[in-house]
Design a protein around this ligand. Structure first.
Ligand code: NAD
Ligand code: WQD
Length: 341
């Protein structure tokens, strides 16, 4: 069974490719290498012994995307990771995000219909929930969708609507949207992980780079939130738990287990941790004292969110297993391995 993984040399895509190959799937990756490197293919091959097929082009280009599908008539499913994902950059360059993230999705959907590729797994995000109200925490899939805080978050909300409406129009298409919470960590081998391109926006890579001495000091954005220790709470999930969920979603579609043509699942652990708790976990697993300072809140940040993963646990038969300490240990192992290359 051949699966197309768009964005497959990226962080979540590469880890998912490893899991797909372990389950015996043939994988072909399309990635424009906007935010990843081709030698990630070497890492995947080193882990699984199988080098995925690979083509590099911009999926926002309709002609190139159509041409790809015309040449590959054996694709049974698509996992669509390809997108720009930097929240801050999306505020500065909204058109870049709307064009890239939505044109690529629409090209994929058009090709699915034209070339009879029935199954799509789409990378969505808990960002669609915004700051859930107290009565909606933990947040389940039917919690209200809030106005997006950024053009990036809006591309995810609009994408889900486009998928829903396209499926209603094109009978025979199926889609599963996976709403990720906060993916962290790396493959146990530390051969692949999230590439540290530029100054990290996200907490975990900033922590590990500070621990390694690449960054001077971690800024903790706000300690005046209405949380036990005043710092913001997120549902961090190990990348390997996340990758496994994608394989389960693909198998659900291929085995025709879906209950309706468009399904949505939260992928979180169901446990929220504060920034200070993540720092404490890192210090415990690394044996280091992390240099950090408390500063003001970061614009656009929500105060607390964590998943109600009941629906995913029951319907997908999937449950995140890795602990916070395993997440911080895995991120730290990747940082050290990457810097010693
Ligand atoms: P990433 O940047 O590591 O991977 C995305 C990949 O897509 C990159 O390799 C990039 O080169 C490629 N790409 C982007 N636009 C493309 C295009 N038009 N044509 C071809 N390739 C293109 O990001 P990631 O962290 O692996 O995220 C994967 C998906 O998951 C994204 O859709 C992202 O929005 C979503 N997501 C990520 C997070 C997170 O915290 N990492 C959380 C929620 C959702
Ligand atoms: C986590 C917590 C920060 C950095 C983002 C996107 C979301 C998704 C995941 C794509 C927050 C705090 C962070 C730092 C800090 N990406 N922090 N100092 O903001 O929850 O989600 O990444 O889909 O769409 O919004 O993740 O890792 O940036 O922040 O104190 O240097 O750590 O304030 O409370 P976030 P994050």
């Amino acid at each position: 069974m051949k699966i197309l993984v768009t964005g497959g040399t990226g962080y979540i895509g590469s880890h998912t490719v490893v899991e797909l190959q372990k389950k015996g799937f043939d994988v072909i990756i399309v990635d424009a290498l906007f935010n990843s490197r081709i030698n990630t293919l070497d890492g995947i091959e080193k882990i699984t012994g199988i080098r995925p097929e690979f083509e590099s082009f911009d999926l926002a280009d309709q002609r190139l995307t159509d041409d790809f599908f015309a040449r590959h008539n054996d694709i049974k499913g698509i996992i669509h990771f390809a997108a720009h994902k930097a929240v801050g950059e999306s505020v500065e360059q909204p058109i870049k995000y709307y064009r890239n993230n939505l044109d690529s999705l629409m090209n994929i959907l058009e090709s699915m219909q034209k070339y009879n590729v029935p199954n799509l797994v789409f990378s969505s995000s808990c960002t669609v929930y915004g700051q859930p109200d107290a009565e909606h925490l933990p947040v389940s899939e039917n919690a209200p969708i809030k106005k997006a805080e950024s053009p990036y978050g809006n591309t995810k909300q609009i994408a889900e609507e486009i998928i829903s409406e396209t499926i209603a129009a094109f009978k025979g298409l199926n889609a599963i949207a996976l709403r990720y919470f906060n993916p962290v960590g790396a493959h146990d081998s530390a051969i692949i992980g999230e590439l540290p391109l530029g100054v990290p926006n996200n907490l975990m890579p900033y922590i590990t780079q500070t621990g390694y001495g690449i960054r001077e000091c971690l800024k903790v954005y706000g300690s005046d939130y209405p949380t036990p220790d005043g710092t913001a709470i997120r549902d961090y999930i190990h990348i390997m738990d996340l990758a496994k969920a994608h394989v389960i979603a693909v198998e659900r579609m291929l085995n025709e287990k879906m209950k309706k043509p468009f399904e949505i699942f939260n992928l979180g652990t169901g446990t929220g941790y504060s920034v200070l708790e993540v720092i404490k976990s890192f210090e415990k697993v690394s044996g280091l004292k992390l240099n950090y300072e408390i500063v003001g809140r970061r614009a656009g940040d929500i105060e607390k969110v964590w998943a109600d993963p009941t629906f995913s646990n029951n319907e997908l038969g999937w449950k995140a297993e890795r602990t916070l300490d395993e997440m911080t240990a895995s991120a730290w192992k990747w940082e050290q391995a990457y810097r010693s290359l």
